[in-house]
Design a protein around this ligand. Sequence first.
Ligand SMILES: [Zn+2]
Ligand SMILES: [Zn+2]
Length: 161
Amino acid sequence: MRRPLSITTLGYDELAEKAHRIAGAGGRGHLHTTPPGCLITGSPRRAIVLEATDEGAVYGFFDDQPIEDRAKPLAILLHGADSVPDDHETLEPASAAVNTMADRMRAGKGHFHILNPVCLANPNPGQWTILFEDVELGVLESASDERPLADIRLVERLIYA
Ligand SMILES: [Zn+2]
Ligand SMILES: [Zn+2]
């Protein structure tokens, strides 16, 4: 894992155009939203980070204002609207490790990332990693070979709560 990622800065409209181009071509790409001080950007600003996997390039839109609302349509475009299971679907409980991270998040101690197997920020390439940047404990992580649906659902609920 290179920390921070090497990021080409774009305006929001340019970043959105990149995302549309990748989705339109059926290419691989994904987004991260990052708070100030995040390991992915190493920046004091907030960012929407777009990994263009097929290009091997990373683009970022940086701003001081909250960016979740602007990231959401791009995330739906790239990740799909139903990439996360519905609440009523019966799933295994989240893992003990991710439940611990969730408790830390509820206590305001840090933020989550869901890192897929091709993510350049993933410390466990080829695996899924749920990563929590804890302001007191450092980086906590939980890696798995299969997409950890129950863990992802818990994390998404906390992020968008
Ligand atoms: Zn982060
Ligand atoms: Zn990534």
